[in-house]
Design a protein around this ligand. Structure first.
Ligand SMILES: Nc1ncnc2c1ncn2[C@@H]1O[C@H](COP(=O)(O)OP(=O)(O)OP(=O)(O)O)[C@@H](O)[C@H]1O
Length: 360
């Protein structure tokens, strides 16, 4: 019994026109796990996926499935021999084949065996009653389910998905994502899903690999990536952020919100204290006085409401801070929608701040 992960990628490199668009990318994906390659447009996600699929050739690096080399110094297996299922945004169904024949296309085995597998897959994605329909008779979401059934019908050991939900209506997407995830988990394939949407990655992934400029800058469970970002850009990829600058003296940074710990950071280093808008707390102004400082929330600082927007479940409030005229954003429950010009006090949760040295 092999102990190696289902999919193992090591040191992948690929350049176009002298520019490295994938630069030393490594991944390990066990069977039954969904890893999301997440990052901004052009960071190299699709190129990485295409190399795993075998339609793009790496300049360096190795790809293995269950320990078997798919690409490396010892050889190269063509795409059709890799046991990989593909689901791409533009990977359209065959328009001239009905749903059942789309799902059965290319399946090995006798006619009754293929028919049984097609029935099983259509039932699994809830499309049995559409078996005789043609793609143009289906909604986008229904087509997507058929595409999923088709990709999983040959029992691929590895499934690669590139922005599979981006063509769908916003309101449909969450439902289809959840259904797709359930089907993928049941099938037990190792899944690599490419997306540029943090919300999609958080909803789907067991592990997120955050990419930037061809490199994986952070890997981890969604909870860890969100709550312990490696740098300011990683924090900012998932939500709006506020940044407060300070300089370190004796492992502490003095700010208008009180002191912040900066353990191990040398004196004189400029740091950025990063905080998400939902971790600012607002309190009322009591004739020029705010709430008392606490160990958890530090010292309050006063600001004046510059803008307030009702967003349904939350309100987004922008403050012009008195201490330096900068803008800070707070996300608060939407029962609260202060008027522009109202003076209020802001506090920031110590345990939710990230302190990063400023890079030069
Ligand atoms: N065949 C190619 N020839 C030249 N440049 C390419 C080729 N394929 C990709 N690139 C370039 O490589 C970079 C990475 O592209 P890639 O498609 O992998 O990014 P991505 O992260 O998937 O972005 P997106 O989400 O926009 O698809 C881009 O700058 C792209 O223009």
């Amino acid at each position: 019994m092999s102990e190696s992960p289902r999919l193992e990628v090591h040191g992948l490199v690929r350049s176009f026109a002298g520019r490295r668009v994938v630069d030393d990318v490594s991944l390990q994906v066990p069977a039954g796990q969904v890893t999301c390659l997440l990052g901004p447009s052009g960071c190299g996600k699709s190129t990485t996926l295409r190399m795993i699929a075998g339609v793009e050739t790496p300049e360096a690096g190795e790809i293995r499935a269950d320990g078997r080399v798919l690409h490396g110094a010892d050889g190269h297996v063509p795409p059709e021999g890799r046991g990989i299922g593909l689901m791409f945004q533009d990977f359209a169904l065959f328009p001239h084949l009905d749903v059942a024949r789309n799902v059965g296309f290319g399946l090995a085995g006798g006619r009754s065996e293929v028919a049984a597998r097609v029935d099983e897959m259509l039932a699994r994605v809830g499309m049995t009653r559409f078996a005789a329909k043609y793609p143009h008779e289906l909604s986008g979401g229904e087509q997507q389910r058929v595409a999923l059934a088709r990709a999983l019908a040959p029992r691929p050991r590895i499934m690669l998905m590139d922005e599979p939900f981006s063509g769908l209506d916003e309101r449909l997407r969450d439902g289809i994502r959840d259904e797709t995830l359930a089907v993928l988990k049941e099938a037990g394939a190792a899944v690599v899903l490419v997306t540029h949407e943090p919300a999609e990655a958080m909803r789907m992934a067991d592990e997120i690999a955050l990419m930037r400029d061809g490199r994986i800058v952070q890997r981890g469970a969604p909870y860890n990536i969100y709550n312990a970002p490696v740098d300011r850009e990683a924090a900012a990829f998932f939500s709006d952020i506020n940044v407060i600058r300070g300089t370190v003296r004796g492992a502490l940074t003095e700010t208008p919100f009180g002191q912040f710990l900066a353990p191990g950071v040398p004196d004189g280093t400029e740091v950025e204290i990063v905080i998400r808008p939902q971790h600012l707390r607002i309190d009322f102004d009591r004739q020029g006085r705010g709430p008392n400082p606490t160990a958890i929330e530090g010292t309050p600082a006063r600001g004046v409401v510059e803008r307030a927007r009702f967003m349904g479940s939350v309100s987004l409030v922008e403050f012009r801070m008195e201490f330096d005229g900068s803008i800070l954003k707070a996300e608060v429950p939407s029962v609260f929608l202060p008027r522009v010009g109202t003076p209020l006090w802001l506090m920031i949760r110590r345990d939710r701040c990230f302190v990063f040295p400023v890079r030069r």
